[in-house]
Design a protein around this ligand. Sequence first.
Ligand code: CA
Length: 505
Amino acid sequence: MIRLFLTLTLFLCTVFSLSAAEKPNIVVFLVDDMGVMDTSVPFLTDENDQPKRYPLNDYYRTPNMERLAKIGTRFNNFYAMSVCSPTRIAIMTGQNAARHRATNWINPWQNNKGPYGPPDWDWDGLNIGDVTLPGILHKNGYKTIHVGKAHFGPEEHEGAEPLNLGFDVNIAGRSVGAPGSYYGEKNYGNPNHKNKVPHLEKYHGTETFLTEALTIEAKKRLTETVEADKPFYLYMSHYAVHAPFNSDPRFADHYTDSGKPKNAQAFATLIEGMDKSLGDILDHLDELGVAENTLVFFLGDNGSDAPLGHQHAVACAAPLRGKKGAHYEGGMRVPLIAAWAKPNKDNPYQQKLPVAQNVIQSQQAAVMDLFPTILGLVDVDVPKSHTVDGHKLNRLLTGKPDPSRSEEFLMHYPHSPHRSDYFTVYRQGDWKVIYHYYPSEQSDGMTYQLYNLAEDPFESTNLAEEKPAKLRELMQGLVTAMNDHHAVYPVSKANPEQRLKPVVP
Ligand code: CA
């Protein structure tokens, strides 16, 4: 009897200690400035919904993304904001930038609202006490690990430090949006370089490329966390592939005969180095025995910044038009691949959130959707006072359409200067309208641009004049969405006391 009691106690203890660690792990693998075409994985599809390769898919080498795509679902209508901080804070909060109001990349040293930008935009970024994804996960027993680029708030403000925002560990994150250098030999930015990367002193003077140093550090933290029997949230946020386009010598040979300019070759080496990191992390999860319990989201934070061609041309994200910062699809369409790191139909977490393998999902989704999807998986409620704009991806991850989702996307950029200035994009179903608050050279003098993305995915024919009723309908949708998000507007040049609001024609 006593023996039975002891056995039972031992059994219960074992179950209890297992259940403490037995929550699913989450990896968000975020690549800076990576668009949907910067990969050998074809995301776009042909008229039969089959993957279609374009020349850029044959230029880049991303075998580990191919590996992840085979075991997961990839999205080809997945949206981010057009620049860094707005997307990063959307991932942290589940809110569209129009709502959280950090609508521009955050300049660490001065308020970069632009000459007519809204004075009440959120240059300050995130603050202590804000509801954040890692903050919620931390409170629910997760080890929350930040590795790489942060860019959540300006220098000497609370948001500059990820440890203030719910992360238990911060490696290499601060206010800056780009590294001083990718080279260990250059200490990732010399001591007086304003963009120097913190915390990596042990690699200074070595040949360790920044992407590699971050990967080694992430693996170390994963090992420690698994040994401590804790579930983890790893925010693996590479500085790659953001400028400066430092060529990664490990991969340079692969592109020397490409005929592409030197900086475009360097960009491709940054992509390939990032891809190696993805493979190393996946291997490590497997070695630690936690791959089955780990859900991976791979994504970019804004459209491509590949140094290939004009910012509004069909070039660097070809066949999509435009690039990072621009109002065209190339500015905001990013890759998303979601996958369990090791698929197993019998795993209870995978049963709770099944992810189809080797499937392309063409329904619209956006960066705000990660927040509710992750919290739903780990069974945590969002504080009631916190508005979430994202919607769970659960149904889409099974590879099927989700008729309950509204097919809408709002992207608000009330600033300058960038590759496009003072604009709002609103997509509803197949239609997309772009409103320019200050028509300029960047908008070819136009106030309105209207495209049917089903018929004209590459935005070649502006239908604003030809389809006035459709334009009016989309603009009404844009105005409603802006009101719903409590968005803030640029100021009027003529009267700085007034705001410029979108005009429905
Ligand atoms: Ca970026």
